[in-house]
Every structure is written in C-alpha cells, then in structure tokens.
Design a protein around this ligand. Structure first.
Ligand SMILES: Cc1cc2nc3c(=O)[nH]c(=O)nc-3n(C[C@H](O)[C@H](O)[C@H](O)COP(=O)(O)OP(=O)(O)OC[C@H]3O[C@@H](n4cnc5c(N)ncnc54)[C@H](O)[C@@H]3O)c2cc1C
Length: 425
C-alpha cells in the first residue's frame, strides 16, 4: 500500500472539481500525494446552467464532464457513490452501495481512508417543511431534476398546443435561479416557435413568487427594479411579499389565503446544505446545515476536515452561496495544500466580491461589478451576459487548461451552429 498523503475530495461540483483537478495535476502527478474524488453522480455540471438544461435551451450532454475522463487526464482517482458515513477516529469515509437503474447493487459499500478530507457537497433549495412542496413541486438542484423538469415542460407545451389551451407555470423564489428560469422558459418558447411549434407567448403564463419585498434581494435595488421591469415586459407576472404556505396538485396557496394556479410548480427558494453534512454528527453546523469552518477552511473542530462552497459556513465572516465564492475557495485552498502537508500553516481565505450578474435569457442581463473591482458599477445588456458566461469559461480554463478550454468553446460554437437551439424531442 502507498504511504503517500491521501486527499479525499467529496463532491465534484464547482469547488470540488477545481480542487481535485489542481491537486491531481500537481501533487498527484508528481507522486507526492494520492488524490481521490467521490461524487454521487458520474458527471460534473456547471450548476448555474441548470435552468438552461431545465428549459432545454442548452444540451446537457455536451455540457457535462465525465469524472472518470477528467480523473484519468488529471492524475486523480474517481469513485462513484454517495457519502454514507465518516469515521473521524479511523479517518475513513464510507460510500453508499452503488445501484443500477433497476436497484441491483453494482458495488457494495466501500470505505476509503483519508489523511485530509475536503467536503464540497453543495446545497439544495430549502422548502422549510411547507406542506405539499416536496410532493407537488419540481426542484432544479441537479441534472436529474433539471431533466425531469424539462420532460414535464415539453409534454405540457405539446399538450397545450394540441388542445389550443394555455399553460400556467409558477416558480417560487425570486433569487437568481427563479428569475433566470422564468426568462429562460420564455426563450425556450420563442426558439420552439421558430421550428414551427406554434405556442403563442401569450399562452404561457409564468408567475414568479417572492416572499421578500423585491426580487433579487442579494443584488442592489436598481438591478432588482430593472430585472422586474424586463420580466414583466416578457409577460411574466411577478408577485413580491407573497408568502407561500402550501402547495397541492393545482397550485400554490399564499399566506393571505389566495391561490396561484399552476400545472407546473417549481421550488427555487432558500438554501440548505446537502443532507449528507448531517453525517458529520460531532462537527459544528450552521442553521442551514453547513459545516462551520475557520478562515483556513478547516472545520472548527477537526483540522483534517475542510469544507468549501455552499456546504460550508465561515464562522464570523460568511460568504454568499455562489459559484464565484466556491471557485475562490477552491483556488485558495488548493494552492495551500502543498505547504500544509509539509507542515506550514494555511493562509486565511479572503473573499473578494467581484460582483454578481443575472442573465435574463437572450433578452437582457443585469449585474454589478464588485466593490473592489474597478471601483464597482452597474452592468447591463450584453456586457452583463458576457460577464455571466465568463465565469463558466474561467471554470473550464481551470479544469481543462487553456488549450482544451479554447477547444471546448469552439466546439460549443460549432454545436450551436449545427444543432437546433432548443430541445425538440
Ligand atoms: C439553477 C441555478 C442557477 C444558479 N445561477 C448562479 C449564478 O448565475 N451565479 C452564481 O454565482 N451562482 C449561481 N448558482 C449557485 C451556484 O451554482 C452554487 O453556489 C455553486 O454550484 C456551489 O458550488 P459547490 O461546489 O459548493 O457545489 P455544487 O456545484 O452544487 O456541487 C456539489 C457536488 O456534490 C455532489 N454531492 C452532493 N451530495 C453528495 C453526497 N452525499 N455524496 C457525494 N457527492 C455529493 C453533487 O453531485 C455535486 O457534484 C445557481 C444555482 C442554481 C441551482
């Protein structure tokens, strides 16, 4: 058995994939450490694209990356399986048995030893236990859920066309996910029309429900106001201060007793850590279930367990649950690890607010430059949309390297030229 230092990264999303890639490419390639990535899925996806997969405006088969392929190129190992347990004394993690689609067991439960465990298992929308939400709403927190939504959406659009009726969709959550999904559904319909699928935009009724006084509460007020104006110009109904208290098969019930009828209901509100953080029973958690970490990104009670991205909560200085923060943390920590295994201290992580952008389909985009980035300022239109895409291209650069990232960008352009611009099957 190898006596090399063993890094185990659990969760290959934005933070975990960048972390495993860097560690594999440096310490793994040079034989200084063994790096293993675990994920419950076989594919890495850029989560901020999920609303586009859900609307069918971006093909998910071209925009997902096989963990096995990435592992073989970047000198780390990949094990498929969900985290099922952690033994901090023995320093092992357990992976749940892997089953095929029929439920037959392909791989029994496995235990993997670690010297350092990096937890980056992300988050989910939070239904706060509101009755009817789990049973009647679609979520779009992973590829399977986005695909499931898309299948429903396409069937219901076809039905509406066949019956010359309208289609009601209601989305709860006026954050970036809900806002972007609402605009993207309209875009999907516009694109479908150009292929002869004649559903009038007026027959698509999308309602966006937000409990707070304005949509996009994490953005400056001007961005909220402009985005709302744009959504309403598209025909989307926006209700703010709308507290959802329940859901049933036909729609949502609001706090004032009124109802919003909808055939397709989406829950895109709140953030809570992935449930597997509860397996770390003797570590500290935030109210949203995230693992509490120090500025070194080490968990407050265990120096060998790190947490990054949406599933972590930096004590005293929390950072937003965004792709940008996840990337910054992965970049910071991955560069510290070589020194740390040689006995050096880890420099504290400092979040740099580089602004935030919300993309409203092809119709517009709004956002801000960060407080410390060129002095800050608003972005709109094309520059905002480019800013949105830029974050994804930077991520590709980190995990692919410049040549393959450029090739991937070129392949995307060719793909757009060749394929229908919306999913039609
Ligand atoms: C529709 C949508 C749109 C968004 N748009 C934006 C945006 O425009 N800008 C922005 O900054 N942010 C956006 N976000 C938020 C952003 O995607 C997240 O903040 C970011 O993905 C967090 O990265 P992460 O690495 O912490 O987790 P993730 O990227 O979520 O990765 C978590 C990984 O852990 C794996 N995993 C989960 N549980 C287990 C388990 N038990 N065992 C093993 N593996 C597990 C998952 O399969 C996944 O690969 C959006 C989110 C959504 C849902």
């Amino acid at each position: 058995m190898s006596d090399r230092f063993r890094f185990v990264v659990v969760g290959g999303g934005i933070a975990g994939m960048e972390m495993a890639t860097y560690l594999g490419n440096t310490l793994g390639r040079s034989g200084q450490a063994d790096v293993t990535l675990i994920d419950s899925s076989f594919f890495h996806v850029w989560k901020p694209m999920l609303h586009e997969f859900a609307a069918g405006t971006i093909p998910n088969d071209r925009n997902r990356i096989s963990f096995l392929a990435q592992a073989s190129r970047k000198s780390f190992k990949f094990w498929p399986g969900a985290l099922a347990g952690v033994d901090r004394t023995a320093r092992t993690v357990a992976l749940a048995p892997l089953q095929d689609e029929d439920g037959d067991i392909l791989l029994e439960q496995r235990n993997l030893p670690y010297d350092a465990l990096i937890v980056s298992i992300g988050s989910r929308a939070n239904d706060f236990g509101i009755p009817g939400i789990a049973e009647h709403c679609r979520f779009i927190d992973n590829l399977t859920e986005a695909d499931g939504f898309n299948a429903d959406f396409r069937s219901l659009v076809l039905q509406a066309i066949g019956q010359s009726s309208s289609l009601q969709i209601a989305i709860v959550g006026g954050g970036a996910t809900g806002v972007e999904l609402a605009a993207e559904l309209h875009r999907a319909l516009d694109l479908s029309s150009s292929y002869g699928l004649g559903m009038d935009r007026a027959d698509l009724h999308v309602t966006l429900l937000e409990a707070g006084p304005r949509i996009l509460p994490a953005f400056p007020e001007a961005v909220s106001v402009e985005s709302r104006r744009q959504l309403e110009a598209l025909g989307i109904t926006v209700h703010t201060s709308a507290q959802v208290t329940g859901a049933d098969a036909d729609g949502f019930v609001l706090g004032d007793g009124s109802r919003v009828e909808a055939k397709l209901k989406v829950w895109a509100a709140g953030v809570k850590a992935s449930t597997a953080t509860a397996l770390f029973t003797d570590l500290e958690h935030s109210r949203a279930g995230q693992l509490k970490v120090r500025p070194t990104l080490q968990t407050t009670l265990d120096d060998r367990i790190f947490a990054l991205g949406d599933c972590s909560f930096i004590r005293d200085k929390p950072v937003p649950a965004t792709a940008q923060a996840a990337r910054q943390q992965a970049r910071h920590l991955s560069r510290q690890m070589k020194g740390w295994i040689a006995g050096k201290p880890i420099a504290p992580f400092r979040y740099r607010d580089r602004g935030a952008v919300v993309s409203l389909g092809d119709y517009n985009g709004w956002g801000t430059l960060g407080k410390y980035h060129f002095g800050g300022g608003p972005l709109r239109g094309l520059s905002a949309r480019l800013g949105h895409d830029m974050l994804y291209r930077q991520h590709q650069m980190e995990i692919y390297g410049p040549v393959r990232a450029l090739a991937a960008w070129g392949a995307d352009q060719l793909d757009e030229f060749v394929r229908p611009s919306v999913r039609l099957d």
